[in-house]
Ligand binder design. Structure first.
Ligand SMILES: *Cc1c(COP(=O)(O)O)cnc(C)c1O
Length: 347
């Protein structure tokens, strides 16, 4: 990596702004016998009458232990979608900068680009669902502030080659954001282990998938201390609420339960793949490193409607690039997956 300078990437308005100083920024140690008359809260204790810890220190301490990453290299968000939005707002100047995405991929990157008025240079994956490095190299310019890499990728389910991602990390002058929403289902190593090597690397993870907590909305961002400091400065002060912080702490105290869930989902996924491959109108079941299967059928829209009529909702991805006539099946419980197979066999 030659001369990476994060200052070149930050928007000018972000460089000069002062963050909101909340009552709890000034004084956060509310657990002791202090009389807190600083934040205009309702004084009657009910478990949630106080503002949450804006830095979520207890949750971060647990994640830090679990993942072996310093708390100074962590930022938590209201889902990883909030983290992704913060990245746009900190680094991408509306109407001037651009980002690069690699479709078919997660739809939020494009939504956030539009929301923030940023050009999205959509550079399709190869037919093997891998980043097209030559196309990326040709299409980027000095205003390409970030490239969004989803690995394992939604909706294709595969992971990108380590060598290709490494090359991007070395050669891309902007931020390389690796969205690892599905990393817990993969046996490959997370890129968080490489943070110290690549100052332009941001990794996002979520508790919405493997951890079974989509309802609490917790996203995790891992990056250099310099990047985390910038994102911290612009995040809404109380972006992760008290109930979420409590539930997450409970969950993280039972890591065995989480890995049992993952083991069961993987077993179900591999079983379901074999069953699906016996169904005549299914042309291909793509390999998956995630908790879903991308499946090519004869007529995706027709099959989608038929499944819906039988009470099974799946995702129709036929309009996505390279996904003509593809459906995406999330892995359910054993009985849900059996029902899916039974219904498919009768179509
Ligand atoms: C599901 C998913 C997320 C999750 O976002 P949250 O806001 O944390 O729920 C992020 N990225 C990808 C690619 C996903 O599929």
């Amino acid at each position: 990596m030659k001369d990476f300078n994060i200052k070149r990437l930050i928007r000018d308005n972000i460089k000069t702004m002062k963050p909101y100083a909340s009552a709890r920024t000034d004084y956060n140690d509310v657990s002791e016998n202090m009389v807190c008359l600083d934040a205009n809260e309702n004084p009657f204790e009910n478990g949630i009458n106080r503002y949450p810890d804006p830095q979520q220190l207890k949750v971060k301490a647990e994640i830090s232990k679990l993942k072996g990453i310093s708390v100074h290299q962590l930022l938590l968000g209201n889902g990883s979608d909030e983290v992704l939005d913060l990245i746009f707002r900190a680094f991408c100047e509306p109407k001037k900068d651009n980002i690069i995405t690699l479709p078919p991929t997660y739809g939020m990157y494009d939504v956030l680009a539009k929301l923030n008025h940023i050009e999205n240079r959509r550079l399709p994956l190869t037919n093997q669902f891998q980043p097209n490095l030559e196309l990326i190299s040709r299409s980027k310019d000095y205003r390409s502030k970030a490239i969004f890499i989803c690995s394992p990728n939604n909706p294709t389910g595969n992971q990108f080659s380590k060598g290709k991602i490494e090359k991007l990390l070395r050669e891309f002058e902007g931020l390389v954001v690796i969205d690892e929403a599905y990393i817990d289902f993969s046996n490959k190593e997370s890129w968080i282990k490489r943070l110290d090597e690549f100052p332009n690397l941001i990794v996002t993870q979520t508790l919405s998938k493997a951890y079974g907590m989509a309802g609490v909305r917790l996203g995790i961002c891992y990056a250099s201390e310099a990047i985390i400091t910038i994102l911290n400065k612009i995040k809404p002060p109380y972006n992760v609420n008290t109930l979420t912080q409590q539930k997450v702490l409970e969950k993280l105290s039972e890591p065995d339960r989480i890995s049992e869930d993952i083991t069961e989902i993987l077993k179900q996924r591999d079983g379901l793949k074999l069953e699906l491959e016996t169904i005549p109108f299914i042309e291909k079941v793509y390999p998956s490193d995630a908790n879903f299967l991308l499946v090519k059928v004869d007529d995706a829209t027709k099959r989608y409607q038929e499944l819906l009529k039988k009470g099974i909702v799946v995702r129709n991805r036929t309009n996505q690039l390279l996904c003509n006539n593809c459906l995406r099946f999330t892995i359910g419980t054993e009985s849900e997956n059996k029902k899916l197979i039974t219904v498919l066999k009768l179509l």
